[in-house]
Design a protein around this ligand. Sequence first.
Ligand code: DQA
Length: 148
Amino acid sequence: AHILVLNGPNLNLLGTREPGIYGTLTLRQIETMIQDQAAALGHSVECFQSNAEFELIERIHQAPSLDTAFIIINPAAFTHTSVAIRDALLGVGIPFIEVHLSNVHAREPFRQHSYLSDKAEGVIRGLGPAGYRFALEAVHERLSAAAT
Ligand code: DQA
């Protein structure tokens, strides 16, 4: 199946961005890990990062025409601000998993609220880059169960 992996603002800086919080892997390294895992599981993955809310929204809008079965999204700071990304995900009706590298609940109060979590299939927080791997495993399990 086709899976879309979206990363929001400032995640292009991974590797050098607050490594104590976000680790030292670059986004490219994380995306390579996801691509390899997806290939091994027999899925195709498209990875997209943007610092612009409208670009993320437009990718979400394109997802149905690309036959996207699932979305894995780290909306970064838009998690805490974006009704528009929530509405886009609900608008296309594609199930999604929300991923955060850091444990947002152990951080500032303004990171405690997510505009997506109540609509997500699941949420992974605080497990670093492995969170994307666990999300993809969960997607694989769900798609396999749906196919049988
Ligand atoms: C983040 C957590 C957000 O609060 C923050 O704005 C980010 C990254 C994470 O992956 O831990 O940019 O989504």
